[in-house]
Every structure is written in C-alpha cells, then in structure tokens.
Design a protein around this ligand. Structure first.
Ligand SMILES: N[C@@H](CCC(=O)N[C@@H](CS)C(=O)NCC(=O)O)C(=O)O
Length: 199
C-alpha cells in the first residue's frame, strides 16, 4: 500500500492507522504547501486534491474515514474492525462515520463561530457532539469496550486535535483520559515520530 500524506494535517490519523495495522507500506509525501496536491497525477488519486489518500494496486481510496475503513478490512489479522455479523458492528460504523459527518461540522462551527439551527445542522451542535463523544468514551477503555478498533483512530485523532492541539474542546476528565490512552499507544507514538521527521 502507498500512503499519500503530509505532516501536520488530517493525514495524521492515516499514518496512525497504518502503524496500528502493522502491514508494511510506503509513504509518499505530498507537499501541500507547494501545491503538489493540485498536480494531474495526484488528482487521479484524489480529485478533491487533499491528503490523505491511499493506493493499493488498482484501488484508490481518499477521505480519511474511507481510508481507515479500507485498511481495517484489508488487514483483518490486525483486528481493527468487528466482522460483519458481530453485534458491535453498528456502533463501530456509527463512530467511523461520526467523525466526518458530525465532528468535522462541529469543529467548523466552533472555528468559524457560526450558529446554525440544530435541526438543520447534520451534527446538531458543537455541544451535542461533545456530549455524545464524552458518553462514548466513558463506558470502557475504548469506544467498543475492551476492544481497540479503527473507530478509536478516527475519534481518538479528533479528540487529540480538538483538546491538545486546537484547544477548542473543554478538557472533561473522561475525554482527556481517553486521549491519554490513545496517545500512549506505541502506534500513535510512531505516527508522531514520523510526523516530526516529516518523511
Ligand atoms: N475530508 C478529508 C479532508 C482532508 C483535508 O482537508 N486535508 C487537508 C489537510 S488537513 C488538505 O489536504 N489540504 C490541502 C488543500 O486543500 O490544498 C479527509 O478526511 O480526508
């Protein structure tokens, strides 16, 4: 697999995911500051001209949620996704989609300081999203209980950025404890080292 990425971007969760999956992969740096994402070759991989994206033979996957879902299913031995038929699959999929469908919108609401009627905003409101996240991380070590999954890569990276990096989320104890569990993972720390080295 080839991971197209850039440091200090939403690629972080893709690098973390690849490190959790444990299958060898090649990182291809896309210099988004110099506009490399707009070149014809990269537009073939992600027409949105954004990182991260993944190529696996003839398969191209863009959108970080789709990418993490694809990797979890392509490396089943890593145990990062409950199998079809597993009762936790519904919760797993909800969290995989919750990041792009709800957390992204909530973050934009906060950054832009806009107020949208909660019945029209797909994420309801920033406060409602944070309450649901707090509830989600309060009942066990991970979102699915004792089992770490790709859903924790999605939501863990959102909470890490929201609390530790952007500081837009109030550090409630259950949220900070969950982020601490995520950042203590060796794969998370390898991803941070990769980011810091920029290669
Ligand atoms: N919905 C996308 C968002 C990706 C995204 O916004 N990437 C930013 C970096 S954080 C990017 O590539 N920016 C470069 C640009 O838009 O020119 C995902 O989750 O993968």
């Amino acid at each position: 697999m080839k991971l197209y990425w850039a440091p200090k971007s939403r690629s972080f969760r893709a690098v973390w995911m690849m490190e959790e999956a444990g299958r060898p992969y090649e990182r291809v740096l896309i210099d988004i500051k110099s506009g490399a994402q707009s070149g014809d070759a990269y537009r073939e991989i992600n027409p949105m001209m954004k990182v991260p994206a993944l190529a696996d033979g003839p398969v191209k996957v863009a959108e970080s949620g789709a990418l993490c879902t694809y990797v979890a299913e392509s490396v089943p031995e890593a145990g990062l996704a409950p199998a079809i038929g597993d009762p936790s699959r519904g919760d797993y999929l909800r969290w995989m989609f919750f990041s792009g469908s709800c957390v992204e919108g909530a973050f934009i609401e906060k950054f832009a300081n806009v107020s949208i009627p909660s019945s029209s905003a797909g994420w309801g409101s920033f406060d409602r999203v944070i309450d649901v996240l707090e509830q989600g991380v309060s009942s066990g070590e991970w979102l699915l209980g004792e089992r770490f999954s790709a859903a924790d890569v999605m939501i863990g990276s959102d909470l890490y950025f929201g609390i530790d990096v952007f500081k837009i989320i109030e550090p409630r104890p259950a949220l900070t404890a969950y982020v601490a569990r995520c950042t203590a993972r060796p794969a998370f720390q390898r991803a941070q080292a990769i980011e810091a080295a920029g290669v």
